[in-house]
Every structure is written in structure tokens, then in C-alpha cells.
Design a protein around this ligand. Structure first.
Ligand SMILES: [Zn+2]
Length: 294
């Protein structure tokens, strides 16, 4: 990564956009019933129909707290998975933290929106003898209770998105904490269940009730700045009507209250707002959140 990660101040929290590499997923999977003629203009597909996505953890800091929000995909996947997802990890969670002068042992908390492998794999790493171990040895690791259960369940409908080891390694180390429904995880950091994409996926808000700006981490509820019409639902989403309801609810609120969005998979924009214009939403990037190439 060139220089330091981009950062914004939201109330008492400083939020930096990190990067744990990039991956490619099938455009049809990312766009569901949206016609390719439409999405191709927004997220250009390669010859194999894949589109490029970022894997973008955020660092949240306030007095004494250093929180990694959504820890990325990690470097422990085997050659087959690395090839299937065209993983490019020229920049990693660890290297982007290092650019801020931080080591894994400095992190106090890790918070996950849900337990899909491309969102939490980055909280484990291969230790000296090749065994999997927590990357952040001193951090509390938070994830929704129903997502922890889904990751362990090997349910045939859900299993493609989860890897049980991602949660088992953290649980065995005694570092895993579960949250449920709407919960304040840390002062000014709130989780809100927004299920549909998966059973327990949550959006996280920063400084929702304090003075000054509020931010919302969209997770896979709104994976990119292009997925901002409520009907633009991914084919990966488990429960389409529920996803539509969750997406409508939170897009309405974020637009009405002018919240700053944090985007995990958007290849260009880490930060930006949605604004309602008639029946539709438009995206307004935050100017300083340009795309930093590795
Ligand atoms: Zn997901």
C-alpha cells in the first residue's frame, strides 16, 4: 500500500480503512436477478464473468481501544481456494496495520458482522509449526451468536460460505465472544441484526447517539457502493424477502440521517454516503477516500 491508510474522524472514534487484499467473485453471484446489461456498467466483468472486490477491514480507535472491524480473509487458504477466488494479497491486514505503526498484539478487540470466510478468516494465521492460531493474541473477538452456530453446523445450504476452523481456533483459545440482536459492544459501537444475507449478519454503527457524525459499517448488507437500491440483492443471500426488508430499513435510515457508510467489498470506495432522490438512492463518495492501489 502506498503511504498510510485513509482515515476519518467520527465522534470520538478515528476510523482507518485497511485492506486484506482483493478477490474475484462471479458477477452473477454478486448481482442476483439484476440484469448483466445493467451491472456490467457498474462493476465490469472479466472474460470469466468475475468482478474484482476489495477485502477491507477497518481500524476503530479511541482512548485505549484499538478495534479491528471485519478482519478480512486471511492468508491460510490452500492453493485451490486461492486460485478459485483469484486472491491478491499484496496488501494484507497485518501490513496495513504495520503502516499505522501497529502490531497484532496492540489490537484490543476484533468485531465481525457475520462469519463468512471472506470476512473473518483474517483473524487466524499460520503459526511457526504450521498450525492455525489467533492473529490477535490479546483481543476479544466478537461475532453474532447465530453466525458462530452457522459456521460450525455444516448445513448443506449454508456451508459454502463458512469454514468451521475460523471460529474453532478462536474459541479454543478462549477469545471468542458472542453477541445477539441489538447490542452495544463498546462505548459508541453498536451492533444491529440485519439478517437476510445470512442468519445473523449485522450492521455496526459508530457514534449513533453522540454529538457529531455517525458512521455505519454495511458488511454484506450493502456490499459495495453500487448495491444501494434495495432490490439489488445478491444471489448469495439466504432469505431474499428478509434481505429486502433489512436493506430497505437501514438504507432509509442512513440516507435520512446522513450517515457515513463504510464499505467492505467496494473496489474503489471505503467511505461514502447514500442519498435518497425520489424512489432511488445515489452514492456520494467521500472525496478523500480514493482507491489506493497496492
Ligand atoms: Zn457474507
Amino acid at each position: 500500500m502506498n503511504g498510510k491508510p485513509l482515515a476519518v474522524q467520527v465522534g470520538p472514534w478515528r476510523i482507518s480503512a485497511l485492506l486484506d487484499g482483493r478477490m474475484r467473485l462471479d458477477g452473477g453471484g454478486m448481482w442476483g436477478v439484476v440484469p448483466k446489461a445493467l451491472w456490467q456498467r457498474l462493476t465490469p466483468a472479466a472474460e470469466d464473468n468475475t468482478i474484482e472486490l476489495a477485502l477491507r477491514p477497518f481500524l476503530l480507535e479511541r482512548e485505549g481501544l484499538k478495534v479491528v472491524l471485519e478482519p478480512g480473509i486471511g492468508g491460510h487458504l490452500d492453493a485451490k481456494w486461492t486460485e478459485i477466488y483469484a486472491l491478491d494479497r499484496a496488501t494484507t491486514l497485518e501490513s496495513s496495520l504495520r503502516a499505522l505503526g501497529l502490531a497484532p498484539a496492540d489490537i484490543t478487540h476484533v468485531v465481525a458482522s457475520h462469519c463468512h470466510f471472506d470476512h473473518i478468516g483474517g483473524w487466524i494465521t499460520r503459526a511457526a509449526r504450521g498450525e492455525l492460531a489467533p492473529l490477535f493474541p490479546r483481543a476479544e473477538h466478537w461475532a453474532p451468536r447465530s453466525e458462530i452456530a452457522a459456521a460450525k453446523a455444516h448445513d448443506p445450504v449454508r456451508k459454502g460460505g463458512y469454514r468451521a476452523e475460523d471460529v474453532l481456533v478462536i474459541e479454543r483459545a478462549g477469545l471468542l465472544r458472542a453477541y445477539t440482536g441489538d447490542q452495544e459492544l463498546l462505548p459508541g459501537l453498536l451492533a444491529h441484526e440485519a439478517a437476510g444475507h445470512s442468519d445473523g449478519v449485522s450492521v455496526l454503527t459508530v457514534n449513533e447517539s453522540g454529538p457529531g457524525e455517525t458512521a455505519i459499517f454495511w458488511a454484506d448488507v450493502v456490499p459495495t457502493s453500487h448495491h444501494i437500491q434495495p432490490s439489488y440483492i445478491m444471489a448469495y443471500d439466504l432469505d431474499v424477502p428478509r434481505s429486502f426488508a433489512s436493506r430497505s430499513k437501514w438504507l432509509t435510515r442512513a440516507a435520512a440521517e446522513g450517515w457515513l457508510g463504510l464499505f467492505y467489498h467496494d473496489r474503489e470506495h471505503a467511505f461514502g454516503r447514500v442519498r435518497a432522490v425520489g424512489e432511488r438512492y445515489v452514492f456520494e463518495p467521500r472525496l478523500e477516500s480514493g482507491f489506493v492501489r497496492a
